[in-house]
Design a protein around this ligand. Structure first.
Ligand SMILES: [Zn+2]
Length: 277
């Protein structure tokens, strides 16, 4: 998880599958479904395709929400207090930052579930329960977010590319949602099918861009988990070998949230291309 909770951090700082992405995806999806519904209404004879469309819609919702549900479940599952750990998630994050020689990087508690690294303020934000708690989830998430601070400090190309793209994804996603929602409606009202096509093409361009951002995010997230956090935790002796499988699960969960968004992006594109046929 990199990035920011949109409510608490400026746009472009997200590195976490946060509500910004979710709301953008939801807006785009809502627009797509509306566009599909209008499209179907315009073609009353094409009823046979409706069950397939509904099945796909259900699959889409599962694809969007199941990974998110799974991530929360993994984090909760491994959040059992471990008084035998030498420090809390917050203390570990501070220790790792200091050990790596990162200057100007802070650690602050935040609302539960909003863990992220904010590159603008160079701050690792940890859920209060992870910041103050001792658990496998607290340790793994702290190390993951410090992993993003390391990517930032080392000027890793994908991290900076992701940061640059993330700044523009929020307005572009909103524009895509509005275009896809308003386009078909205007087209119906004005009886101008060509207008719908133009709006859909613009919407597709916006979705391609959104997909690109998610694709760039995936390797950044996996690197924070498995290129940075896991080697640090395992190699530094911060965890017992018996805790490593649970740590891997938490780190995988943190990274995989973005897979859902990538899949959602592919699905949105596919739906739009179907509309164009
Ligand atoms: Zn991350």
């Amino acid at each position: 998880m990199t990035g920011s909770s949109p409510a608490q951090a400026p746009p472009g700082s997200l590195f976490r599958a946060d509500d910004t992405c979710k709301s953008a995806a939801a807006l785009t999806s809502a627009a797509l479904f509306t566009a599909c519904a209008i499209d179907r209404a315009a073609k009353p004879t094409d009823i046979s395709a409706m069950p397939i469309f509904l099945i796909i819609a259900v699959v889409f919702l599962v694809v969007i929400f199941a990974p998110s549900f799974w991530v929360k479940r993994q984090l909760k599952k491994h959040a059992r207090p471990r008084p035998d750990f030498p420090g809390t998630g917050g203390e570990l994050a501070l220790h790792l930052i200091s050990r790596a020689g990162l200057t100007g990087v802070g650690v602050e508690p935040i609302d539960d579930g909003a863990d992220h690294y904010d590159p603008q303020s160079r701050t690792v934000h940890l859920s209060r329960s992870f910041y103050r708690g001792k658990s496998v989830s607290a340790v793994a998430v702290a190390a993951h977010e410090v992993g993003h601070a390391l990517q930032h400090a080392r000027n890793e190309k994908l991290f900076h590319l992701r940061m640059a793209l993330a700044r523009s994804i929020q307005p572009i996603s909103k524009i895509a949602g509005v275009l896809l929602l308003v386009g078909p409606m205007l087209s119906l009202l004005l009886r101008a099918p060509g207008m719908s096509l133009i709006f859909l093409l613009l919407g597709i361009l916006a979705l391609v861009f959104q997909l690109l951002v998610h694709l760039v995010t995936l390797p950044v997230e996996f690197d924070a988990s498995f290129g940075k956090a896991l080697p640090i935790l395992a190699g530094g002796g911060y965890l017992q070998p018996s805790d490593l499988p649970a740590t891997r699960s938490v780190l995988r969960a943190a990274s995989l949230t973005y897979v859902a968004h990538s899949l959602a992006g592919v699905f949105n594109l596919w739906t739009l291309l179907r509309l164009l046929r």
